[in-house]
Write a protein that binds this ligand. Structure first.
Ligand SMILES: Nc1ncnc2c1ncn2[C@@H]1O[C@H](COP(=O)(O)OP(=O)(O)OP(=O)(O)O)[C@@H](O)[C@H]1O
Ligand SMILES: [Mg+2]
Length: 252
């Protein structure tokens, strides 16, 4: 079974950027990336062009089968078929990727979530590691797409609400009975050294702070893959340090 690491935190804290750079710097023999955010920004950050490759998101696939007037009970089988046909899983050299997608954004996410849950369960055994990029907030934890987590990495921002955020996350996790092996805090790029003290004193395992990096802003703005970010970029260096702190093996 692959290890499942979930990256979570408030909106705009840098979760997808961290996920992309983890994908780049972690040494794994096989890696699956899962983008649970309907905005689907992770693919671009890791240089995967799903449209060009003709890949569907989970909600594209659901939309397609539902649009054909199939019965709801047939959907899981139809989706499984799409999966087997290679319609949903993006295959890259360093990683594979699945995206939840946005088509059903107005409705309930129950069905896509259920599909994603089953896909993760089925695919997990084919990978050494699974990285899950979450949408903002805690709703996805409530939806229990990943009930068994190895490492839960929480990207914090320096606002006051974030201290409460730790309590809330722990409260939600306990309430919905999600299990994790490690709970890690990471300071985002807006943290200063002074603000960092609150994380150091939080009593939780704090891995360090991601550097504020104009390169990241520029690459994300221009839609350039973060796999092209210079090795010596401040964000690259700080994220590698954080990953080492958590005990992950890095690519040399
Ligand atoms: N280390 C960094 N230095 C400077 N800017 C950064 C850094 N990390 C992220 N950003 C910027 O912050 C913004 C949000 O980043 P990102 O999309 O990674 O966050 P997110 O938590 O995934 O957001 P969302 O909640 O919308 O999914 C982007 O404009 C990005 O370029
Ligand atoms: Mg994101």
């Amino acid at each position: 079974m692959g290890k499942i690491h979930v990256i979570t935190g408030r909106g705009g804290t840098g979760k997808s950027t961290l996920t992309a750079l983890m994908a780049r710097f972690l040494a794994t023999s096989s890696l699956l990336l899962i983008d649970l955010d309907p905005d689907g920004s992770l693919a671009k950050m890791v240089g995967a062009n799903l449209e060009e490759e003709g890949k569907w998101t989970i909600s594209d696939a659901l939309y397609e089968v539902m649009g054909k007037g199939r019965e709801t009970k047939d959907i899981p089988d139809l989706l499984r078929q799409k999966m087997e046909d290679g319609q949903i899983l993006y295959r890259g050299t360093k990683f594979d990727l699945i995206s939840l997608g946005t088509k059903l954004a107005q409705g309930c996410y129950c069905l896509p979530d259920e599909m994603m849950k089953e896909l993760i369960r089925n695919l997990n055994k084919n990978y050494e590691m699974v990285l899950v990029d979450s949408p903002a907030g805690l709703e996805h934890l409530n939806r229990k797409v990943t009930p068994e987590i190895d490492d839960l990495l929480v990207v914090m921002d320096p606002s006051e609400k974030s201290a409460k955020h730790i309590e809330r996350i722990k409260y939600v996790i306990k309430g919905v009975n999600i299990h994790y092996q490690h709970f890690y805090l990471i300071g985002n790029y807006r943290f200063t050294e002074e603000a960092e003290v609150s994380l150091l004193r939080s009593g939780e395992r704090y891995l360090g702070r991601i550097a504020n990096d104009p390169w990241v802003r520029e690459y994300n703005l221009k839609g350039i893959s973060l796999f092209q970010l210079p090795e010596e970029a401040p964000s690259s260096l700080s994220i590698k340090k954080i990953l080492r702190e958590a005990g992950y093996d890095l690519v040399s």
